[in-house]
Design a protein around this ligand. Structure first.
Ligand SMILES: C[S@@+](CC[C@H](N)C(=O)[O-])C[C@H]1O[C@@H](n2cnc3c(N)ncnc32)[C@H](O)[C@@H]1O
Length: 219
């Protein structure tokens, strides 16, 4: 019975799923621990890796600003860029997760597309895609790396998380924000090399859902 209900719900269009689940649960932040905890973890991780307020930062699949709620206030004005296909998530994040006049003061920039089109940002110092590749098939993961490479420079560092494991049981068909894909690091390194990146395995960064971390730099 539960399976039938999930199948009906999971096949609805993304915009409908956002409305049904709410802007936090849609991105996997349905409890305060998962909402604030995963946001704070990304924030502290990036600062520990050298992110400074004057850097230009790209939040890929920024969702409803689980990370943005911390990074937008931290970064200097105009330095936060977010890509998120579901515009409603960003609208909810701006309206409900940022306090006071932070958005007006810091002026974050957003783009909305599923095409890995990063032309709205002219280079970046740090980027992260937390829990994006976990929802992408291999073809889209390759498109992500190829698209991002076009706006990357020698100073750019890109972190992304993935579920490490056997890809034989991955879902068939298109990428889906509420389904999971697993890969080996070797597969990630291969498509990284094909698209112009050198990948380093960081692995366990204490993610609550056991997503592993990779650091990518233009080769
Ligand atoms: C699990 S959520 C993670 C969101 C955010 N990174 C966070 O930590 O809260 C996955 C996000 O990826 C977005 N997404 C799905 N396909 C995408 C694509 N092709 N390009 C960019 N974002 C995408 C979804 O809309 C969703 O907001």
């Amino acid at each position: 019975m539960r399976k039938v209900r999930r199948r009906a719900w999971v096949n609805k269009p993304a915009s409908e799923r956002v409305r049904v689940l709410g802007h936090r649960a849609y991105v996997g932040g349905g409890t305060p621990e998962m909402w604030y905890g995963i946001g704070k973890q990304q924030y502290h991780w990036l600062v520990s890796q050298g992110l400074r307020p004057d850097h230009r930062f790209l939040d890929i699949a920024c969702g409803s600003l689980r990370l943005g709620q911390y990074l937008i206030p931290f970064l200097n004005q105009g330095q936060y860029f977010g890509l998120e296909p579901e515009a409603e998530l960003v609208e909810k994040g701006l309206a409900e997760e940022l306090l006071y006049d932070i958005a007006e003061i810091k002026k974050p920039t957003f783009a909305h597309n599923y095409d890995f089109d990063f032309s709205f940002v002219d280079g970046y110092d740090y980027a992260i895609a937390q829990s994006l590749v976990t929802h992408l098939n291999l073809e889209d993961t390759t498109r992500l790396l190829a698209g991002l490479h076009k706006v990357s420079g020698p100073q750019s560092t890109f972190f992304f998380t993935f579920f490490e494991g056997d890809s034989a049981r991955n879902p068939k068909g298109p990428s889906h924000a509420n389904k999971r894909w697993r890969y080996s690091f070797e597969t990630m390194a291969e498509i990284g090399a094909e698209t112009g990146w050198t990948l380093d395995y960081i692995g366990d960064w204490k993610h609550k859902r056991r997503q592993m971390m990779i650091r990518a730099r233009p080769a």
